[in-house]
Design a protein around this ligand. Sequence first.
Ligand code: NAD
Length: 445
Amino acid sequence: MIETLRATYRSGLTRPLDWRRKQLNQLDLLLTEHEQELLDALASDLGKSAAEGWLTELGYLHSDIKHTLKHLKKWSAPRRVSQPLMAWPGKSCLYPEPLGVVLIIGAWNYPLQLLLSPLVAALAAGNCVVLKPSELSPKTADLLAKLIPEYLDQQAVWIQTGGAEVAQQLLSERFDHIMYTGGGRVGRIVMKAAAEYLTPVTLELGGKSPAVVLADADLKVAAKRIAWGKWLNAGQTCIAPDYILVADEVHDQFVEQLKATITEFYSSSPQDTEDYGRIVSAGHWQRLVEYLKDGTIAIGGDYDEQERFIAPTVLTDVDLESAVMTEEIFGPILPIVKITDLQQAIDFICDRDKPLALYGFSKDKAKLNQLTQATHAGNQCNNDTLMFMLNPELPFGGVGPSGMGRYHGQFGFDTFSHLKSVMSRPFWSDPNFRYPPYTSFKQKL
Ligand code: NAD
């Protein structure tokens, strides 16, 4: 299979922009013609509501494809740069060329978006692609395995379902780039395997993303935006706020606002609303239920093993050394920690791994700037959560343990391209001052 893709790549099939446009349009058509089946698969895998499935997966992909098609000509054109006097006359440019055959390994929490958005970028850049969806969202993976060969050029795109063994088998092959989305444990396995062939990698990982709520924040709006970012997809979002650092003087008020918001969003019985998802697997459900003992349950705390349900839950008085405060939660449990001031929040964040996302809530721009300047994070969003994902002009990616590399918009196109530097010079001017013999006159030049 990989040899076929390699031969396709060598044949030049994927180079013309018309071929790339056709693949992107076909992918768009797949999403349109099978919208209901895809939404049903997401509901089956994650209890995802149709509205959430549209907003965070299908709708997101449609706009990603539209944006890419709109800019493809410009992104793929040679990018002229200036020419130094010493090399004059001549021209220099960056020439985006595809990388070849690339491997994309997806995660289960947004099983369409996290597999297909990298695919959009890789196809736009003119590559052949092997897709490996996560086995933890099997309905979506199986549906994609059926549809992708029907819509996309089978000589250039291959989808392989299966679990860790299949991923490892794929990783033992040589690729020209690997993009992996998932946890850091497997991220290390991917990077080790890639080292064998010196294959470049993009690792979209996770971690504990903090939200800082200062005393001057609009607590009602902050609670709504944090609740939306946290309990979307039942908390199984890599950039969901993992924990809150809240100014102690507004702590109780903020918890009250969260309580009112949760009831407004999901009613007083979240298990019965269509808008609230389920935990992906029994193993993850078990892991999450264990966290409930690491603090005082201020809101929620109900669970149901059969349905893999855990209510939107807020923990206060958490033990900072406990699992809920040291491991990535990746579920609907939100611990809240009191801080005395911004500096304490900054120290708390800097004492831990660089997060994928950081959220600051305050009316004071100077304080938000201080938060930006004094901390590291893959992405920061002030007075909101998750919304930066909607801007294709902003690259998405982690830093340090939360990942390496970036994508979205042109950053995705560039990730799957090599920007070859090309300098071209005419024959007509050839002064000999740089050629030997290096006479004393030349050395003075
Ligand atoms: P997962 O279990 O779905 O694994 C991801 C992929 O790795 C799957 O395709 C799986 O088959 C493969 N895999 C599993 N074990 C493997 C092994 N031993 N060798 C090779 N491949 C293997 O994903 P997960 O880790 O449960 O996902 C959750 C994590 O992903 C969280 O940490 C979350 O923050 C992170 N995440 C990050 C992003 C992002 O865009 N940065 C998005 C979603 C999730």
